[in-house]
Design a protein. Structure first.
Length: 212
């Protein structure tokens, strides 16, 4: 369901969750996460920053080659509500082009940095045929390195069918995130969850019209 133009979860009867990772790719932690995801047969969506794609293009290609989805997370992570319309447009279009060059197609989804958006940002996103994506476990705050137990417990509190979960693979030490994701995959797979890309999750929605 979309709330003010952003989707945090979808209504589905299927036991599906979407793992997402922001701010990469990163040469250290993205490969570690790819290994964990492969070990547990999970797919994910990586919301990549354009400048990081340029810096670590081989890592970005590895993400794509593993069958994961790549979404737009702007070129250098600004507050989109605080910059001029032309700059906002460039942030999205520049990264769109990089992802298209990498994967062969434009990304289907977009996450605004800091989940900071307004009507203009939502309109820009829609104009590029993006679904704008949030998450249900914002309290996990893995970006702040609050401890593995905190990341796991706050995520487990919000894990439910159709939920989109947010973590980070770039901009800092993400070793807590790697370990937390490993533990979450173990626990949630025991509960019967499967882990799919955001686009796959959206396709599973019981009422796709309510995603608009």
């Amino acid at each position: 369901m979309a709330i003010n133009g952003i989707i945090h979860e979808v209504a589905t009867k299927k036991r599906l969750l979407a793992l997402t990772f922001d701010d990469g790719p990163d040469e250290t932690y993205t490969p570690q996460l790819l290994q964990v995801l492969a070990e547990y047969g999970a797919k994910a969506t990586f919301y990549m920053i354009g400048s990081s794609i340029e810096s670590y293009s081989s890592v970005a290609r590895e993400v794509h080659s593993h069958g994961h989805e790549i979404g737009n997370h702007t070129y250098n992570h600004p507050h989109l509500t605080k910059i001029a319309p032309a700059e906002r447009k460039e942030q999205l279009e520049r990264t769109d082009a990089l992802i298209k060059e990498l994967t062969g197609s434009s990304p289907a989804t977009f996450r605004p940095p800091y989940i900071d958006f307004d009507g203009d940002v939502a309109a820009e996103s829609a104009g590029m045929n993006y679904r704008m994506i949030g998450a249900v476990n914002m309290d996990a705050s893995d970006w702040a390195n609050p401890g593995v137990d905190h990341i796991v417990s706050k995520t487990m509190e919000q894990a439910r069918e159709g939920g989109i979960l947010i973590f980070h693979d770039g901009y800092g030490d993400r070793s807590q995130t790697v370990e937390a994701v490993r533990l979450l995959l173990i626990d949630l797979k025991k509960q019967g969850y499967q882990f799919v890309t955001v686009s796959e999750l959206l396709a599973s929605a019981d009422d796709k019209d309510n995603l608009q």
